[in-house]
Design a protein around this ligand. Structure first.
Ligand code: ADP
Ligand code: ZN
Ligand code: ZN
Length: 748
């Protein structure tokens, strides 16, 4: 038995493994992830290494392979903890060891340390002047320039870069003066701190709001647990604006006072000026921020700051869950229902599960927060695995908005052919008059550009794929999955109405129509086109925040997390799009979007209104969102999941089989199906239920020249699915370049 060992924990060195023999007495007691002492190099220097894999076959001549010296005790340093987390992820989510390790290990600095060098005087001012005079006589003009300058800046010294660039002095001259003992050069490493616009101008001040009774109940309970040394998992189900963030701030404060560190996870899209500023105001420099726009070097700096304890709170998107705090006290996952918490790359980890795992092994607590909890978290709370808290009133003076649902079929019957319903038009006019703000939101989550009948709501679908067809400007209807094409229809195939058209209303179109309808309105638009640059995103938001526009039109981008006090009207132009996707979570996504959008209205003291325009006014996702009633939605939705054995009722595993050649891939898919079947038969005999679907070609069978098959497994037993995944990993050749296999547990 042999072990592959890495000796330097860095992404570049992951593939540089060394093979060692596992001595007889250690066989069976070491496994991947363990830290060992090995003899290394010519002198057999004893160094530490990590086992990343085990094998039976020697990669080099047997005689040349050295023995492992000894095994180190487990989980001492933060590195050990993170490595063992990686191996847990490999097992739990299915990936290679390399991919899992790459998640937890940061890319090493690609740019060099930024070092600030300062030139200081090593002698008194008088001595410097003397030396300058001497140098003058000998016409050492460079030395003279430097010494004279240094006399002027005697106390603070001179920046090295200034001396070499501005004073035009060669390093050789500096070195000569150092040798003469007249000056000295001091260097200090400069960490690139996060210095986004967010922090500029925001002075740290610890003024805080007085929490209301509902908030205090939560902080009291959780802080009580923390003080008693009890770690737990919590879900704060609080409607938008109910003061969850204030609750987080209060609890973070306590954790920091206990000398521990906090990871605050926020979806990237909500990682805005406003949010960061709130944290900065409360905690000043002890926070650091991670985001995907940072360079590798910047991220590495933040990683080091965390590791060295220079920072206590990290705010960032899902990858921040891997921040190497040695004394982790708390992980908060805000907007925990967000899809972005699931990694789309292997290992396809779920941030919530990783946070739970870290918390359990490192003695920390986890708080999930959301206005629309995922079915997974809420059902765990109902089952008592997570402590549930509710905030059902808005904090401060703000009240919940009134929601109007308008049936678009009725609008047409009433001869209103505009994309704005009568109610919405009336209210927009009203807000313009009152100088209050409006947000108009287009749900583009499903398929934009689909064609539907405005009399009966019928949607034209692809006969082969059961997804809606997309209208193209050449007058064709095209399926984006299979390429099916047909001419645009003249009337509705269902009811014969001539009012059938592409509801492809992009934001731009809405903006135009809006200007036609309300010529005096100042309109801002926010979508992918207007926010290509990162600054423009913040720019649009701050313009709107400063009331430089009356109406903001946008995609779901504008829905998340912004807190505009003057917005008293929110219009959702077509609520239905996300109901038409074939995802079993489509109702959940729709409910989520509608209530988040509705949550934007009336965050200040003036009461807000919301208009939801839809062809499905009786769908439970729409009615429950309109009534601000998550529990009602949950009750309906969980029943559907139970009935269909969908998560969270059961677990799902998607096995993808990918390859460049169609023929061998089909064969391999069949072989893998056989492997699965053999395993599930065994499980079924043991009384577990597992259902297999497929193998079937993916909707988009060929993507970037790779053909794709999928097999779905459903089971009430997660562990059983992991067993099957392991059996498949063992039953496939990782060296096979023709065909590869990937896993996704409870895919989104
Ligand atoms: P959430 O995170 O649930 O959306 P926030 O914490 O952002 O809610 O609070 C919404 C608004 O209410 C914010 O402007 C916040 O400053 C204010 N707020 C929160 N708690 C209180 C309180 N106890 N008293 C007064 N205002 C509060
Ligand atoms: Zn199709
Ligand atoms: Zn029709």
């Amino acid at each position: 038995m042999y072990a592959d060992i890495i000796i330097d924990i860095s992404v570049e060195n992951l593939d540089r493994t060394y093979q060692y023999r596992i001595p007889e007495h250690m066989l069976g007691s070491v496994s991947a992830g363990d830290r060992v002492i090995i003899p290394f190099g010519k002198g057999d220097r004893k160094i530490k290494g990590y086992i990343v894999g085990l094998s039976d076959t020697p990669k080099i001549e047997e005689e040349k392979i050295k023995d492992i010296d000894s095994v180190c005790p487990k989980n001492i340093s933060i590195d050990d903890k993170m490595i063992s987390l990686a191996f847990w992820m490999k097992d739990h989510f299915g990936s290679t060891a390399n991919d899992a390790l790459k998640c937890v290990i940061p890319v090493k600095r690609v740019v060099k340390n930024k070092v600030d060098k300062t030139i200081l005087a090593a002698v008194t001012k008088e001595e410097l002047a003397e030396a300058a005079a001497k140098a003058e006589k000998r016409h050492y003009t460079a030395k003279v320039r430097l010494l004279n300058e240094l006399i002027l800046e005697y106390d603070s010294g001179l920046k090295h870069s200034l001396v070499t660039d501005k004073l035009n002095i060669l390093p050789a001259t500096i070195n000569a003066l150092v040798r003469d003992g007249l000056i000295k050069v001091e260097s200090s490493v400069v960490y690139r701190n996060y210095s986004g616009a967010a922090i500029e101008g925001a002075k740290a001040d610890t003024a805080k709001v007085e929490l209301n009774d509902d908030q205090k109940k939560i902080t009291g309970s959780i802080i009580g647990d923390l003080r008693a040394g009890k770690n737990d998992k919590y879900l704060i189900h609080g409607i938008t604006g109910s003061g969850k963030t204030e609750v987080y701030l209060e609890i973070i404060d306590e954790v920091i006072k206990q000398g521990k560190s906090v990871i605050m996870l926020i979806p990237e899209i909500a990682l805005t000026y406003q949010t960061v500023k709130r944290f900065y105001k409360r905690f000043g420099d002890s926070i650091s921020v991670l985001n995907s726009r940072m360079s590798a070097g910047e991220r590495y700096d933040q990683y080091l700051r965390a590791k060295n304890g220079d920072t206590k709170i990290v705010i960032g998107p899902r990858s921040a869950v891997f921040t190497p705090f040695d004394n982790l006290g708390l992980i908060i996952i805000d907007e925990e229902h967000e899809g972005s918490y699931k990694s789309e790359l292997s290992p396809r980890y779920n941030t919530r599960d990783v946070a739970f795992r870290r918390a359990e092994t490192e003695g920390a607590s986890v708080i999930l927060g959301s206005a629309t909890p995922s079915l997974e978290s809420y059902s765990a709370a109902c089952a008592g695995r997570i402590k549930l808290f509710e905030l059902d009133k808005r904090a401060g003076e703000a009240e919940l908005p009134t929601v109007y649902v308008t049936d678009l079929r009725e609008e047409l019957k009433a001869k209103n052919r505009s994309i704005f319903s009568r109610k919405l038009k009336e209210l927009i006019g009203d807000r313009l008059e009152k100088h209050e703000q409006t947000m108009l939101f287009i749900n583009r989550r499903g398929h934009s550009g689909f064609v539907n009948c405005r009399s009966c709501g019928h949607v034209i679908k692809c006969p082969h794929c059961d997804v809606s067809l997309t209208y193209h400007n050449n007058g064709k209807l095209i399926c984006h999955y299979c390429g099916f094409e047909k001419d645009m229809v003249k009337c509705c195939p269902e009811c014969g109405s001539p009012y059938i058209m592409a509801f492809g209303t992009g934001t731009q179109k809405v903006e135009e129509l809006l200007k036609a309808e309300f010529p005096s309105a100042r309109v801002l638009r926010m979508d992918h086109d207007t926010t290509k640059q990162k600054e423009s995103y913040d720019e649009i938001l701050s313009k709107f925040s400063d009331h430089e526009a009356d109406i903001l039109v946008g995609t779901q981008m504008i829905v998340k997390g912004h807190d505009f006090h003057k917005v008293t009207l929110v219009g959702i132009l077509l609520a239905d799009m996300s109901l038409y996707s074939e995802d079993f979570r489509s109702a959940e996504k729709t409910y989520e979007l509608l209530s988040q959008a509705a949550g934007r209205a009336g965050r200040g003291s003036a009461k807000g209104d919301v208009v939801i325009q839809t062809y499905n006014p009786e769908h439970y996702a729409v009615t429950a969102a309109a009534a601000h009633d998550y529990k009602r939605f949950y009750a309906e939705e969980i029943e559907f999941r139970r009935l269909m054995n969908y998560p969270p009722s059961w677990n799902m595993l998607k096995v993808s089989i990918l390859g460049k050649e169609e023929e061998p891939l089909a064969k391999e898919a069949g072989r893998i199906y056989g492997l699965i079947k053999a395993n599930t038969d065994k499980k079924e005999q043991a009384g577990k239920s597992i259902k297999i679907f497929g193998p079937s070609q993916e909707k988009v069978f060929k993507l970037n020249d790779i053909y794709r098959y999928a097999i779905y497994l459903k089971s009430d037993d997660y562990g059983g699915l992991v067993d099957i995944k392991n059996a498949l990993s063992e039953g496939t050749d990782p060296q096979n370049k023709e065909v590869s296999i990937q896993f996704d547990f409870n895919p989104l």
